[in-house]
Design a protein around this ligand. Sequence first.
Ligand SMILES: *Cc1c(COP(=O)(O)O)cnc(C)c1O
Length: 370
Amino acid sequence: RNRKERGKKQRECSNVKISVVKTTTPRVKPDQNNLGFGRFFTDHMFIMDYAEDLGWHDARIIPYGPFPMDPACAVMHYGQAVFEGMKAYRSPEGKILLFRPEQNMARLNRSNQRMSIPQFDEDFALQAITQLVALDRDWIPEAPGTALYLRPFVFATDSVLGVRASSTYRFMVILSPVGPYYQEGLNPVSIWVEPHYIRAVRGGTGYAKAAGNYAGSLLAQKNAQAKGYSQVLWLDGLERKYVEEVGAMNVFFNIGGVLITPDLGDSILPGITRDSVLTLLRSWDIPTEERDLEVAEIFRAHAEGRLVEAFGCGTAAVISPIGRLGWKDQAIEIGGGKIGAISQRLYDTVTGIQTGRLEDPFGWVLELDN
Ligand SMILES: *Cc1c(COP(=O)(O)O)cnc(C)c1O
């Protein structure tokens, strides 16, 4: 192997030691039964910085809080930023569990690659995350449906105006105790098929968890809410004909007993929940298809009485049943406004494995040893 190849494979991390400064003013913990989503943060956060000459360096855990930023900071002008979302759970035996966290680290590096942000050492970052979670372990809520949400993110920090990749970056992890994503719980939500705006397009940044993707989605989301829908169903950017995702979730339709989800191109975020759902369905011998799916096919299946259930899936809500779908001047009800049998089974199984209440046949759960 030549040097160039080696350099590409190698992930930069010049300082593997993490310094820890503990808070002297612990925060008051919120009411576990009224957490909402992403509103409360724990006592500590993880930071490491990148510079071209130092690589990733100065890894540290410090008290949670604001930090100064230069008004010229690149991320605030050109949006060079990516993030992840994952959860830590407490098992009935009091163990701390993470769900497929190495997948989140790998995806964060793929997002970095797309946004011209340097690669980081995935094992080291995961080690830092487990150390942070262990330090703030008393913040992991225990009420049913709750978890500790972990938010790793990376952003550009050069204080220079000019459209180019930054030469310095910051990697951070913050933690938030969360309740169920939807106030309504597992009740089906209504979804608006967005006919005009698109989330992502071939050759774009849709497969990356890039901050700007979400900024661009807000207007359609707001318009859908004004119409009485809770989320939008995104269509493909070329023909606005094929289903892509629902809000910030992947999407499945049960048509005549076959669970259909759009196949991954570069405009769809490769969800870890999506992958887990497909693995479970296959293990249950339920037929699945990853393929192009036209909205028209869904409405046709409904008219023929073959549309059995539909749901979105992602870390935040796990499984979110779709009870109503509005498209142009039509609206259809799915599953009589109730959660479908397969949706319920998937929710129970995924959350059961995540929280250590069910066996983990696929080796998905990482148990922290402290
Ligand atoms: C995060 C995300 C998902 C779900 O991914 P998970 O790994 O299952 O949490 C799906 N779509 C979009 C656009 C997302 O940002």
